[in-house]
Design a protein around this ligand. Structure first.
Ligand code: SAM
Length: 235
């Protein structure tokens, strides 16, 4: 692994461990109704709606964070393997699955994309929410392709560098005027250049752009009583 990749992984691991502790995810999110969480997140909802027939399927959830997507898929009778570089997030995801009674269909690992232990051709589906913009997509898609069975699909929901308001806010507001810069310096909303790189490995890529939901998301975070931590893109 190159030194800059190691730095990026270390940085992400540190940030997300802190985030899991700081936001007290364990208290706030565990035990909440998973279906309701997915329903309220427009992008997660769209992602799950596009996954039909998951019963009995082997699914890999990449960068699972608190494990809501993993838990949701396990509740739909899939067998879900999940990984995340943050050991604190993995702990939360595990407790989350336990509390929802589906830990028997879930398996969580603390590891980064660069050290995936999964065998070639093992998954029917690989999924991920808000993870690709944390990694080097060119390398990661090769790993996903390797792990997928023939005919398998990869479905992700991501932040996209399209909304000019967000690009402007990220450049001129975040980190100034008392506005927090949320995330690590290694994050990078996905661009058309990234998609081109992905197409070298997955020639058939379908993109969907739901409505701009940045402000809705911030409003929801605010009215749900969660602290607004930044103006930087969530989506
Ligand atoms: C924005 S969070 C999304 C979490 C979860 N998918 C969700 O929707 O709530 C990004 C997650 O990616 C993880 N992550 C960042 N870089 C990673 C890497 N190189 N390998 C694996 N996980 C990584 C972080 O620890 C964090 O939990």
């Amino acid at each position: 692994m190159r030194a800059d990749q190691t730095r990026s992984q270390d940085n992400e691991e540190f940030f997300w461990n802190e985030e899991a502790r700081r936001c007290k995810y364990i208290d706030k999110f565990i035990g909440r109704d998973i279906a309701e969480i997915i329903e309220k997140d427009i992008l997660l909802k769209k992602l799950t709606l596009s996954l039909t027939g998951t019963r009995g399927k082997e699914i890999l959830d990449c960068g699972c964070g608190t494990g809501n997507l993993s838990a949701y898929l396990a509740m739909k009778d899939a067998y879900v393997k999940s990984f995340d570089i943050s050991s604190e997030m993995v702990k939360v995801a595990y407790v989350n699955a336990e509390k929802n009674g589906i830990s028997g269909r879930c398996n969580f690992l603390c590891c980064g994309f660069d050290d995936l232990p999964y065998r070639d051709v093992s998954f029917d589906l690989v999924v991920g929410a808000y993870i690709l913009h944390h990694v080097d997509v060119e390398r990661v898609v090769r790993e996903l392709h390797r792990a997928l069975k023939p005919g398998g699909r990869a479905v992700f929901t991501e932040t996209w560098r399209k909304n000019p308001l967000l690009v402007w806010a990220g450049k001129y507001l975040a980190g100034r005027f008392g506005i927090a810069k949320y995330g690590t310096k290694y994050e990078h909303p996905i661009t058309t250049v990234d998609i081109k790189k992905m197409r070298k490995v997955f020639p058939e890529i379908y993109l969907e752009f739901p409505e701009f939901i940045f402000l809705k998301k911030q409003q929801r975070m605010y009215f749900d009583g969660r602290k607004i931590q930044s103006l930087l893109p969530v989506s």
